[in-house]
Design a protein around this ligand. Structure first.
Ligand code: NDP
Length: 399
């Protein structure tokens, strides 16, 4: 059917690329392009028996001209951005210049301010509209599947949704006292920031990890979870009819929190550069260099993840509750694609988002968040491509 250019060759990209190769009818040809060209070549070698034709390239995705040259040469139907949030805008600029569709999994974050929000990417709406191309923002799990779940709940079960609680549980155990399941820099910036939730059109800010709840997750059991700010709250607050409050909770074990507090207290999570032996270094980037590479956690991580959304609202004048979630097993993911479940639950929806645009199932000129499209084909694809979901109409609620 077509061609996709995948930028980045880390944990999430590795899964998305495996999935594209399993789906060779749609992804006839892909180009894997990343900062470290040898990683792309190594993955190509691993997948050499796939029907999908694979090219590789080295690219610095901070450089718009390099990206334009790469896109003009490969001529993909879609660019799937699986590099870091810092590269979103340069890649969008290159897509505009070459009139190519764009998909990502995380919203733009300026490298020097640890603040992620959609405003920078939403400013591209008119330009994408005029160019007649689609940008699909946030096609991972959260954001991503959580937005699709919300659109699905809205379409099939509610006239108005009043409350959404997004619950992200990782009950995986990698055996290290402290490691992050995806890019440590992005992960630590997210969890050391103030928390916030969206209520009646306003943000309510909390101190980091201030709000704690215990939830009994299906197929996992009771876990401590903490309220965090999360990017999909911003778009769901605009796109869900009748919404009054949206909260996001993530589980953390005590060992992770104790280590994080200690690292924070000594200044290792700071993004302010310091001078060390005549050289400027960013403590958080140095910390990243000493922590285990998330890609190396796959073989040692056991247990499951459960990510889903609890909705409360009104249907035909009556109160209604609905919970939809996916449970994913770290070891099964590893057996299938050589990665743990965190990368898997992000990489699969990234492939599906690209497929929705390549097949023309989702179309439109402009910049869109995932809940703005018809959720049904995406929900079917989740079942088909490794992230089956379950539902419950009488879930335990979060107080
Ligand atoms: P990794 O750090 O494992 O991979 C990032 C990749 O991007 C690496 O291959 C890296 O290259 C490459 N890269 C970084 N900078 C550049 C650059 N300037 N030019 C070209 N390539 C570059 O991260 P993950 O795979 O864990 O995460 C990928 C994305 O997915 C992130 O944006 C993350 O926020 C997002 N994410 C989204 C989730 C969701 O549910 N929505 C959940 C988890 C992650 P190199 O190998 O040289 O370092």
């Amino acid at each position: 059917m077509g061609k996709a250019l995948i930028i980045g060759c880390g944990g999430v990209a590795g899964v998305a690329i495996h999935k594209c190769c399993q789906n060779s009818e749609v992804f006839e040809e892909i180009c894997i392009a990343s900062r470290t060209g040898s990683k792309c070549d190594a993955l190509k070698e691993k997948l050499k028996d796939s029907k999908t034709k694979i090219k590789t390239a080295q690219v610095n995705a901070d450089n718009v001209e390099e990206l334009i040259a790469l896109i003009s040469d490969f001529k993909p139907d879609v660019v799937l951005n699986l590099a870091l949030p810092y590269q979103d805008l340069t890649i969008m600029d290159a897509c505009l210049a070459t009139k190519t569709n764009y998909v990502d999994t995380a919203n733009y974050e300026p490298p020097d301010t640890a603040k992620f929000e959609y405003k920078w990417q939403w400013e591209y709406r008119e330009k994408f509209k005029e160019a007649g191309i689609t940008a699909l923002l946030g096609s991972g799990f959260d954001p991503g599947v959580t937005g699709v779940f919300s659109a699905y709940a809205m379409k099939h079960y509610f006239d108005e949704i009043h409350y959404i609680d997004i619950l992200d549980c990782n009950a995986g155990d990698h055996g290290y006292p402290f490691a992050t399941n995806f890019n440590p820099e992005i992960n630590i910036r997210e969890v050391t920031a103030n928390g916030s939730y969206w209520e009646n059109g306003n943000w309510v800010e909390t101190r980091p990890m201030e709000i704690k709840r215990v939830y009994d997750f299906p197929e996992i059991g009771e876990k401590d979870m903490y309220l965090l700010h999360h990017e999909e709250l911003e778009s769901l607050g605009l796109n869900i009819r009748g919404i009054k409050r949206i909260r996001f909770f993530m589980t953390f074990g005590q060992s992770y929190l104790t280590h994080l507090k200690c690292l924070e207290n000594v200044g290792m999570t700071s993004i302010e550069p310091i001078e060390y032996e005549g050289k400027q270094i960013v403590p958080l980037q140095f910390l990243k260099a000493v922590l285990p590479d998330p890609a190396s956690l796959g073989p040692r991580t056991v247990g499951k993840t459960n990510i889903g959304c609890i909705f409360r609202g009104i249907k035909d004048g009556k109160e209604k509750t609905y919970y939809v979630y996916n449970v994913c097993d770290h070891q099964e993911c590893y057996k299938e694609v050589g990665s743990q479940a965190i990368s898997y639950t992000t990489g699969v929806p990234a492939m599906i988002g690209a497929m929705m645009l390549m097949k023309g199932i989702w179309k439109g000129s402009g910049v869109f968040n995932i809940e703005e499209f018809d959720p049904d084909p995406f929900m079917d694809a989740l079942n088909q491509w490794g992230l089956p979901w379950k539902e419950s109409f009488e879930p335990k609620l979060v107080d």
